[in-house]
Design a protein around this ligand. Structure first.
Ligand SMILES: [Zn+2]
Length: 464
């Protein structure tokens, strides 16, 4: 199918960061065939459907470089609870959920992502084959991975690190299965990566196995890096190293690796990460819920690190990732206007494509690239007045200004209506799945229930 998206303001995010007012984008075979004048392109594509985008802007579809859609199940709970959420709640509830509940939450994440102008999700998590089909149904472009560990995940919240090869083997088997079934699926819209969950829960053996797996299949790698005091202290105790030093020792710092957070990285760590070409997934909105995220973005920027943006947990809103990313990254210099707004938008578009090794196909609006596009409504009050649209998007952008989204030249949302999913059903299933998963979790263990406005929620806490 051919499409002509006519008379739009195009923020290309190309190498020159060109802005093209009144431009028409021709799409054929899922890719951008031409950008130019409407009349010329109508002559060249007489059969194409014409879509008038006067009063709208086209930008590259946003790339969420680090998220866990399944953790939507914790939205509105652990944000306001103290203590370690990663091993305290995220791991336990993810293991407690049924396959159906996992799929319901992943669908909710995809729905929110589409409504927020996102076209690509990079989503490492566990039991991915339980919900990969649900995500694929959304129409999004996906980079999935089974986030592996060989420390017994559910023991860590009790202060015990028990490294167990059989446990690690189950992750490796699931990762192999994911690769076999989904790498290149949906006409190449789905790709698989290799993920080590974190330096504290992966032994040198596990890191080696995962690197070998990535090498065998030619896949890129991802890992959380220095994300919590628990991780920092365990890696120091077990390996007498920082998390970055430990990963480097075992071949996990390289330019095929995206590492998320860098929260407790030292200046020396950041210099090392920069030398190795590791990409930095900065998830400021999620990481700043307990105060501004302290990762030294200033040092990373000055060292030339490729910074990409992600939402991490309980949200798929990349506009919040950009706005809070600006505040937090600038805050590392005291008070500053560095990085510029365009750099934040790059972090949600072209930099993300570069981190995936896909800049030839994704991340900008240029001829030959995949037609992954977000169309925004310039009449939205938050975008007016528009002196510098890039500044407006970064500082004041909201999902509501996204009018339509295309992935590979196909509309997945058009005129604010998601075409690939039944929004009401997705929301209902997610609510039911969340209540069921929490009820099972709380009935089974010793975890405290979060405050809730749902009658009877958490009634089972402390039993069993
Ligand atoms: Zn994460």
């Amino acid at each position: 199918m051919e499409l002509l998206l006519e008379n739009a303001l195009v923020l290309t995010c190309d190498a020159a960061r060109s802005v093209r007012p009144g431009a028409t984008v021709a799409i054929a075979g899922g890719r951008i065939a031409a950008i130019g004048e409407a009349e010329t392109l109508r002559a060249a594509h007489p059969e194409a459907e014409r879509v008038d985008l006067s009063g709208k802007a086209i930008l590259p579809g946003l790339i969420n470089s680090h998220t866990h859609t399944l953790l939507m199940v914790l939205r509105g709970t652990v944000e306001d609870m103290s203590g370690d959420a990663i091993y305290g709640y995220m791991s336990p509830i993810s293991f407690a959920m049924t396959a159906q509940e996992r799929a319901a939450m992943a669908e909710l994440g995809c729905l929110e992502a589409i409504r927020s102008g996102t076209t690509t999700l990079v989503d490492p998590f566990r039991h991915v084959t339980d919900y990969a089909d649900a995500m694929i149904g959304s129409g999004l472009r996906l980079y999935l991975s089974e986030s592996a560990a060989d420390a017994l995940t559910l023991e860590i919240r009790h202060g015990r690190y028990v490294y167990d090869r059989a446990w690690g083997e189950t992750f490796l088997a699931r990762a192999e299965d994911l690769i076999a079934r989904y790498h290149g699926a949906a006409d190449g819209r789905v790709k698989v990566q290799v993920a080590a969950h974190a330096p504290d829960n992966c032994s040198p053996w596990m890191l080696g196995e995962l690197s070998a797996l990535a090498a065998r299949h030619g896949l890129r790698r991802t890992v959380h890096l220095s994300q919590s005091p628990i991780e920092r202290d365990q890696v120091r105790a077990a390996h007498d190293a920082t998390s970055a030093e430990y990963l480097d020792r075992h071949g996990w710092l390289a330019d095929d690796v995206v590492a998320a957070h860098w929260t407790f990285c030292t200046p020396d760590d950041i210099a090392l990460l920069a030398r190795r070409g590791v990409h930095f997934a900065h998830c400021a909105a999620s990481s700043s819920r307990r105060g501004p995220h302290p990762a030294r973005a200033d040092l990373a920027i000055d060292a030339g690190v490729n910074i990409v943006l992600g939402t991490d947990n309980m949200s798929e809103d990349m506009f919040a990732a950009m706005a809070i990313g600006a505040i937090v990254q600038r805050g590392t210099r005291g008070r500053s206007v560095d990085p510029a707004s365009q750099a934040l938008l790059d972090g949600a578009t072209r930099n993300g494509a570069a981190a995936l090794g896909e800049l030839a196909d994704l991340g900008t609006v240029e001829v030959g690239k995949c037609a992954d596009l977000a169309i925004i409504d310039l009449s939205h009050p938050a975008l007016c007045p528009a002196i510098n649209l890039v500044s407006n998007i970064v500082h004041y952008g909201t999902p509501e200004m996204v009018d339509s989204v295309l992935v590979g030249g196909r509309f997945v949302m058009r005129g604010r209506r998601v075409l690939t999913m039944d929004q009401g059903a997705v929301v209902r299933r997610a609510q039911a799945a969340t209540e069921a998963a929490w009820a099972r979790l709380l009935a089974a263990g010793d975890l405290a229930a979060p405050p809730s406005t749902v009658p009877g929620f958490g009634a089972g806490a402390g039993r069993g």
